[in-house]
Design a protein around this ligand. Sequence first.
Ligand code: SF4
Ligand code: SF4
Length: 470
Amino acid sequence: MRGGFRFPKLEGEPPAGVEEVALSGPLWVPLRQGFGGTCAAVVKAGDRVVRGQVLGRAEGEFACPVHAPASGSVAQIGSVKIGDDEVPAICIEPDGRNEEERLPGATASFEQLPAEEVQRLLHEAGVGSLFFEGLPAPAAPCLLPAEQVKFVAIAALATEPFLPKLRSLLDGRLDDFVIGLRVLHQAFPEAKIAVGHSRADSDLLAEVHRRGGAPPWLTIRPLVAKYPQEHPALLVTTLLAHKKVITSPAAVGAVVSDAQAVLHAKEAVVDGRPITERLIALGGNGFSRGGYAKVRVGTGVRALVSNRLTDQAEPYLVLGGLFTGFRVTDLEVPVTRTTAALACLPLPTKAELLGSFRPGARNVSASNAFLAAVLPFGSRRLVASLHGERRPCVQCNYCEDVCPVEIIPHLLSKQVTHGLVDESERFGILSCIECGLCSYVCPSKIDLLADIRLGKRTLMQEKEKYAETA
Ligand code: SF4
Ligand code: SF4
């Protein structure tokens, strides 16, 4: 991968060890979670449900069913705000009874099942929606029909700050990971499976290979741990050794997901358990106590941060990856089956003296001009401060250097803000994978990604208008 940014060791990395978050209060289960459309509720207020029971299904478009994360009763059907979207959701009031429903057809002898049945089980359990562009199943074709899946890429590295580390995900679960890979092979027997991992985890993956019997369909590849290497387009480009970054995994017959999805694949097809729980990393030095939390889908962020925040007045919380997630402004926002992390950063309330000129000795910076670059020891801190206001572009080219798809963010930003959106298409604006690195490294704090998103949106609207009138 060209470009990218290698984050140094950061303060607030979640320490190993998993805590289970107790069920407390209602669980709001969104009817859209992960890749695909919105399900329609198949329960109504007042119904009794058990853990794993289907709450919503979609007909006619790709969407895996959503399930009750606990036994209890349906309190109401309403909606929740997730990022900028208002999503229909079902509220479950848990009854503490711990009753559970399993997927019919799941078996430890899954290697006797036809591929279509394994695909169906993965879809019914919600695993299909964890794949970037969906995982095809017989009654649920997505971008790529099942018979065209030639490559399954698994991102077993997390280069974005505060995402779960592979070692914590696989702690005590190496055999489950091996079985999960075999499940995916059974679902797509013609496909090669490749696991991309950080060199720091080579010992773990060597053990996976050994326990799995080193089958010919499996490749384990160490990758340079630079953000955003785990982005699906970049991961597939690297694993398939393409010279140019691909536009979409489906375009080259690939489906892409991550290590936690492999564990869910095992739980679905062998144990018959749909996704009702996630392992979430709680990182960042806005937490007085970070770590890993096992939490039911639908749990509000409030339960995750309870007794974990420092005394700062306003925590800056991001659900999902620090760059790819969204800022939490309402602590009732629920965890979904795709949530992997919650980051909390300090939000300084006082202006910094000469903040524009000094990210400081311990802050992260892409610039070699600051003190941090020449102090090799100790961990660095990330803060939510912008270190001053937006300033004019100084042509430093940092944004261009880090861009992993080799476009020129500062040029695109200028084209968009000067109304030259058509011109920006020629300079590759549609190739932007929205990793956010350009905005992050810009010393002038220009929100390049926001400009680029605006340009992409405008271009798409123009294309739609043209198609309608043509
Ligand atoms: S232009 Fe797009 S792909 Fe390039 S660094 Fe910025 S956000 Fe990432
Ligand atoms: S990083 Fe910022 S200041 Fe530097 S060239 Fe890009 S837009 Fe301009």
